[in-house]
Design a protein around this ligand. Structure first.
Ligand code: FES
Length: 339
């Protein structure tokens, strides 16, 4: 069983401190990345570590770790190669890229090469459809790949190289990436890349401009800035605001303007806001339901007592499978998965 390093423990304390004291379980997602940064996957020891530091039980942590595909439940290669085979990439050749890599590496989905370097997986939409077909290595993008380009990337990785992705800094290992995903600064040169959107992303906007299509109130000449440019513009605007002379005081001592500020929102937005119900808006009961006018609030219960009552009321199914938190169940499952 792994004993996590003092650095990991220190980082865990730092992560938990980011959240309000009574909301510490919100730290679970970055903590899972953190344990993955040490072991390369979320092991039973990692699950136990997260449960211990957050006061959860292992079933609760396991439920989260098994829900998200970014948390790996078995040892994973230094480089996780994800090929998008979803609709847009697929019609552009994504499946061919995946099949070529699978045949060349001799592995299938979620399998790792014998040298431990590369884990291959097919991915659902990687949110870069405008650059399809895309693949990522440890979540850094290679845009518009074809089978030959993809083979070149994995061969460079297997020979110890760290190729440059299309965007961002030179590739790092999955463990290094997990540190970033846990919310710690990436010190690599150029790691925090910046820049405006590429032309494929702006294609729809350009077409709209050509055809004179825009939503009411939208100025098509609005500059599209990188984050650095936007931050600089915001800083200039703030400095200009602060440099303005203080407004003259009126006879009654007020500095407030006497005129009513114009309503800058468009009539469409105003109408939408008016239609949008909130918690105070009276709405009719849905058919077949009746919400009591004065519901009795539930009695607060101790979370552990409530959980124990839930466990007692939900006996394991009769298929012989252990309940989620039974000691050793995850270890056994993992060993079986590794056979
Ligand atoms: S379909 Fe491949 S990135 Fe969206």
């Amino acid at each position: 069983m792994t004993t996590f390093t003092e650095q990991t423990r220190e980082r865990a304390r730092e992560i938990i401190a980011r959240y309000p004291a009574d909301r510490s379980r919100s730290a679970l997602l970055p903590l899972l990345h953190l344990v993955q940064s040490e072991e390369g996957y979320v092991s039973p020891a990692g699950v136990e570590f997260c449960a211990d530091v957050l006061g959860l039980n292992k079933a609760q942590v396991g439920a989260v770790a098994t829900f998200y595909t970014m948390y790996k439940r078995r040892p994973t290669g230094d480089y996780l190669v994800s090929v998008c085979t979803n609709t847009m990439c697929n019609v552009l050749g994504g499946q061919e890229v995946y099949d070529t890599l699978a045949e060349h590496l001799g592995v299938g989905h979620d399998e790792t090469t014998a040298d431990g370097k590369v884990t291959l997986e097919h991915a659902e939409c990687l949110a870069a459809c405008d650059y399809g077909p895309v693949m990522t290595v440890n979540y850094d993008f290679f845009d518009g790949v074809d089978p030959q380009a993809a083979l070149g990337v994995v061969e460079e990785l297997r020979s110890g190289g760290r190729p440059m992705p299309t965007r961002g800094a030179r590739l790092c290992t999955l463990k290094e990436m997990a540190v970033q995903l846990a919310g710690f600064a990436d010190e690599r040169e150029g790691a925090v890349a910046d820049g405006g959107p590429g032309e494929p992303t702006l294609r729809g906007l350009r077409l709209a401009e050509q055809h004179g299509i825009s939503v009411p109130g939208y100025d098509p000449n609005t500059p599209i800035r990188s984050k650095a440019e936007a931050d600089a513009a915001a800083a200039r605007a703030k400095a200009a605001e602060q440099a303005k002379p203080a407004p003259a005081t009126t006879a009654n001592g007020s500095t407030a303007p006497d005129v009513k500020a114009p309503d800058a929102k468009s009539p469409e937005v105003r109408a939408a806001e008016t239609r949008q119900p909130d918690a105070r808006t009276a709405v009719p009961d849905a058919p077949g339901t009746r919400i009591p006018a004065d519901p009795t609030p539930p009695t607060p219960r101790d979370a552990r007592e409530a959980e124990a009552a839930g466990v007692a009321a939900n006996a394991p199914a009769g298929d012989g499978k252990p309940a989620g938190d039974e000691a050793g169940a995850q270890e056994r499952s993992l060993k079986e998965a590794q056979k």
